[in-house]
Every structure is written in structure tokens, then in C-alpha cells.
Design a protein. Structure first.
Length: 220
């Protein structure tokens, strides 16, 4: 079993990944600003700020796999002055690389493409609420710019869910999913996937280890 560290382990996606990995017997550490009301048995929960490099270093040290499940809002929201979300991920990538630990990141649907070679959805946000444009664009910058520019020794996988993924539509655990590339497997409407099934697919990708420096999509 692997030592898996989840940064943002009490958020919607992070908590589902933590629960799935722990259920499979992995040694799981979750870093978050607050501790969960209902902790998963056997998980090592660490309360800390992801903008604090010392806190990140303390949990990433000794990890076999690092998972980034941070949301670009609240303290990590992008601003005109700085982009703490991307800054935090730059630190995470550097620390994961130093540990030779593959980095798996919870991505966003807008980072995907409708067809091979087509522009990413994020390049046309005319149908997306304006209030979330900044966070959507910020997440997309990870896969379009930041991750490809990292050290070639860092192994990373960016996992975009279907459009209908989030706490607004938790869905049920069906035990199935499909894996796509950076081209969405559900071009019409973006499809959906529950938090539990996204976590199943996500942990399967970690365990299988078949993808390297890749952008993937999980959907029904």
C-alpha cells in the first residue's frame, strides 16, 4: 500500500478521495485548514495552511503519492495582485518532485477540449457565470502552462471531472466511470459523475500508474 498525502483533504473532491484511498488500505494523510466533523477512521488529519511551505513540507515528506485537491476560492482565490492558488501549486510540485512522488491534481471541466486539437473550453466562457471566471481560468492555467513547465523528473496527472461534478450534484456511488484524455468523453452537456465515483476512478489511476504527465477526464 502507498503513503498518500491529500492537500485539501476535507473539501468535496478531497474528502471523497481520502475516504476511497483509506478504504483500500492506503496510509492516508490529509492537510486542510479545518478538521472534519466526521473523520475517516485511520486517516491522519493535519490542520494547516496550504500557503505555509513548512506545513506542506511536513506532510509531503515521505509520501509515495501527493494529491492536490485545492479549490481556487477563499484564501486561495486569484487576485489582481497575486495568485496564491498557482503559487501554492508551484510549491507543491517542487516538494513532490524532491520526494520523487507523482502528483495527481483534481482539475476542472473547463480545462478539457471538445475535440482533439480544439481550443480548451476555458477559452470561451461566454456561457459560464462571470463570478466564477477567475477561478475557472486559474485552474486551467495549471494544465495549460504550469504543469508542462515543471521539471521533467516530476510525474503528474491532471484529472478533470465531468461538467456535472460538485457538491451541488453529489450523486450516488455507482461503481463505474469512463476515462478520457484531454478531450471530454461527454461533449454534449459535459456529462456528470458523482463524488464517490470520481474518487474511485481517481484512486484507480493512482494504483494503476499507467499515465504520466497526462491530462485525463473522468465521467460516466
Amino acid at each position: 500500500m502507498s503513503r498518500i498525502t491529500v492537500i485539501g483533504g476535507t473539501g468535496y473532491a478531497g474528502s471523497a478521495i481520502v475516504a476511497e484511498a483509506a478504504a483500500r488500505g492506503h496510509e492516508v494523510t490529509a492537510l486542510s485548514r479545518s478538521l472534519p466533523a466526521e473523520p475517516v477512521a485511520g486517516v491522519n488529519y493535519v490542520q494547516g495552511d496550504a500557503t505555509d511551505e513548512a506545513a506542506l513540507s511536513s506532510v509531503i515528506s515521505g509520501s509515495d503519492v501527493v494529491v492536490g485537491a485545492l479549490a481556487p476560492r477563499g484564501p486561495l482565490a486569484p487576485s489582481d495582485v497575486a495568485d496564491p492558488f498557482r503559487d501554492v501549486y508551484r510549491t507543491i510540485t517542487r516538494l513532490a518532485d524532491a520526494e520523487s512522488a507523482p502528483l495527481f491534481i483534481v482539475g476542472g471541466y473547463s480545462s478539457l477540449r471538445p475535440a482533439a486539437g480544439a481550443p480548451r473550453f476555458v477559452e470561451d466562457l461566454s456561457h459560464t457565470p462571470e463570478e466564477i471566471h477567475a477561478e475557472v481560468t486559474t485552474v486551467a492555467e495549471l494544465i495549460s502552462h504550469d504543469l508542462p513547465a515543471t521539471s521533467e523528473t516530476l510525474d503528474w496527472v491532471f484529472v478533470s471531472p465531468a461538467a456535472g461534478f460538485g457538491s451541488f450534484a453529489p450523486g450516488e456511488r455507482l461503481g463505474r466511470y469512463r476515462v478520457g484524455s484531454d478531450v471530454t468523453v461527454e461533449p454534449d452537456g459535459g456529462g456528470a459523475i458523482s463524488g464517490a465515483d470520481y474518487a474511485i476512478g481517481f484512486v484507480d489511476l493512482i494504483e494503476q500508474g499507467d499515465h504520466h504527465r497526462a491530462h485525463l477526464n473522468l465521467a460516466y
